[in-house]
Ligand binder design. Structure first.
Ligand code: ZN
Length: 102
């Protein structure tokens, strides 16, 4: 590992890129323990002020109960236009606002 000085924004982007790699492995292997680890690490990151991506991929989905990092699944009555439920994206947006407050 190399030491590289990064801005807070760059460090956050790099952090979530790494989490995406873990999420991809968790998805392809179906490893629930990895999804739980993503949740724990992600909560710790947010606790120290690293903003979560506003895509919603790293919050639990209120519609299909997908874990942070896990893809949404189809649920009757809740259209899935993209890979994530819009309600999940909204939850992430609200969380970002909340975290941004002093
Ligand atoms: Zn969902």
């Amino acid at each position: 590992m190399e030491y590289q000085r990064l801005s807070q924004e760059q460090a956050a982007a790099q952090f979530w890129d790494g989490m995406r790699c873990v999420a991809n492995v968790a998805t392809t292997t179906g490893n629930k323990t990895l999804f739980q680890a993503i949740q724990v690490v992600g909560q710790a990151a947010m606790a120290v002020g690293i903003p979560i991506p506003d895509t919603g991929e790293f919050v639990r989905c209120p519609m299909c109960d997908a874990m942070p990092g896990q893809r949404c699944i189809n649920v009757v009555g809740h259209p899935l236009p993209d890979h994530l439920h819009p309600e999940r994206t909204e939850r992430a947006r609200r969380l970002r606002e909340e975290i941004g407050k002093p």
